[in-house]
Design a protein around this ligand. Structure first.
Ligand code: NAD
Length: 475
């Protein structure tokens, strides 16, 4: 398979000005897939200059025109969905089913925002003193820097590009170093759809920090939309402060999965498998800590172990494998270290608990007797590990669920009334009640506390790329 592995600046695919490259690896096989161009600082400057120049005409296009270009990109990608999924499998390591699920989710942002582009409303009000009329309009915020992680290489890019373009902004996309190929595939689809030169640019600087800092200090950049770890998000918020760059942050999570007394265990197991194992556990939304009521705990653990005993682990190129590789050997070793230290802390491995041969694979794992205060319960695991914490009192479970700096998503399983009531007490931007998955382009995705600022997707997502303007009119 051949890949786009160059920078995209002002409508041109080209190497970096320094001629340097970095390897993109297949973590299932430990093999190099492509040598991707490194963007030097001058290339990043040129990308921003291209976005700045293109902004004048792009923001003046009609909403309908932008809408139709996004729709065309959606159709192009829909016709090539299997190839997008295959690229995701190769560079990220996830299973084919997960990659196809991501690809379908990713392209929906182009369809959704092709519809939202034409639905940006303003307002016309009368002042209370009747001395003027108040006209409120929305304007595109300007050149936007989009930074994405490796765990959803296509969807995190489209979730930002689509609302930005719909709003009339131009963008510079910086994908994760591990997974630039799916991002380049998406950018190429936009180009094929007819999006004008300079509206979407792609750069891959190495090292990342100094180049991103430089871009954030460029006066043309007015928006930062970042998805990644809370740690890096904090650094970038400091950087963005210097030029008061508007910042949207989709950061880390530590999702509790609360099983209330009376929960239907068939539904709970089905939901737990999706909430934990989607994307091999490498998801900000992944259930990270399972608080299971003592009346159900033994059966919950037994059934999870039975489920995992049938799972097949291996490269996503074999479409029947249910669990793929982690994105790198380092990530696999990080998961293994967390499990080892949890055991040293008193947890017991009920199944799994080991790295597997052949690539960055880790076995589906269940841990029991995990302590709420342990490292594994307070750190994003980002791998296929179910940590079970037994509880007796629901108030205690809610207190533990909320006892974290994160607040992205939580899962609650139980009888409808009890589950809804618990969901209202949980501090998270999203709560899944008797469901294992929530992500939907039509719903506002985002976190409370240190899991983020702002929302992506839905009608709210486009507002992140718009600024309100108030015009007072003396009639
Ligand atoms: P990361 O923070 O290491 O990297 C994210 C992006 O930031 C990458 O493009 C990376 O190259 C770049 N980056 C790294 N250091 C930087 C620096 N000093 N300056 C500027 N840019 C820098 O995160 P990751 O390991 O790629 O992804 C995993 C994390 O992303 C997890 O914490 C996960 O929860 C989070 N995530 C959150 C969401 C969400 O919507 N809330 C979605 C997906 C992933």
């Amino acid at each position: 398979m051949t890949f786009r592995s160059q920078l995209h600046i002002d409508g041109q695919w080209r190497d970096g000005s320094g001629g340097r490259t970095f390897p993109v690896m297949d973590p299932s096989a430990g093999k190099e897939l492509a040598a991707f161009a490194i963007a030097e600082e001058t290339d990043c400057d040129e990308a921003i200059a291209a976005a700045e120049t293109a902004l004048t005409s792009w923001r003046a296009t009609s909403p309908r025109e932008r809408s139709e270009l996004l729709r065309a990109a959606f159709e192009i990608l829909r016709n090539d969905i299997e190839r997008l999924a295959e690229i995701i499998v190769l560079e990220n390591g996830k299973s084919y089913a997960d990659a196809l699920g991501e690809a379908k989710y990713a392209i929906e942002f182009f369809r959704w925002y092709s519809e939202e582009a034409a639905r940006v409303h303003g307002d016309f009000r009368r002042s209370p003193a009747d001395d003027k009329h108040i006209l409120v309009t929305h304007e595109p915020i300007g050149v936007s820097l989009l930074i994405t992680p490796w765990n959803y290489p296509a969807a995190m890019a489209t979730r930002k590009i689509a609302p930005a373009l719909a709003a009339g902004c131009t963008v510079v996309l910086k994908p994760a170093r591990e997974t630039p190929l799916a991002a380049a595939f998406v950018v190429e689809a936009l180009q094929r759809a007819g999006v004008p030169a300079g509206v979407v640019n792609l750069v891959t600087p190495v090292p990342t920090g100094p180049a991103v800092s430089r871009m954030l200090h460029h006066p043309a950049v007015r928006k930062l939309s970042f998805t990644g770890s809370t740690e890096v998000g904090r650094v970038l918020l400091h950087e963005a402060a210097d030029q008061v760059v508007s910042s949207s942050m989709e950061l880390g999570g530590n999702a509790p999965f609360v099983v209330l007394p009376g929960a239907d265990l068939d539904l709970t197991i089905e939901g737990a498998l999706v909430a934990k194992m989607r994307n091999g556990g490498s998801a900000c939304t992944a259930a990270n800590r399972f608080y299971v009521h003592s009346s159900l705990c033994e059966e919950f653990i037994g059934r999870m172990v039975t489920e995992f005993s049938t799972w097949t682990v291996g490269p996503g190129s074999d479409r029947s494998n249910q669990l793929g590789a982690l994105v790198s050997d380092d990530e696999r070793d990080k998961v293994a270290g967390l499990v080892d230290r949890a055991v040293a802390d008193g947890a017991e491995i009920v199944c799994g608990g080991e790295s597997l041969d052949g690539g960055a694979f880790y076995a589906p794992t269940v841990l029991r007797g995990v302590s709420h205060d342990s490292e594994i319960a307070s750190t994003e695991i980002f791998g296929p590990v179910v940590s079970v914490i037994e509880y007796d009192d629901v108030d205690d479970a809610i207190r533990m669920a909320n006892d974290t700096i994160f607040g992205l998503i939580a899962y609650v399983y139980g009888e409808k009334g009890a589950a809804l009531s618990a969901s209202l007490r949980i501090e998270a931007g999203m709560v899944a009640v008797n469901r294992g998955v929530l992500s939907d382009p039509a719903a506002p995705f985002g976190g409370m506390k240190q899991s983020g600022l702002g929302r992506e997707g839905s009608a709210e997502g486009i507002l992140e790329f718009l600024e309100e303007k108030y015009i007072g009119i003396d009639l």
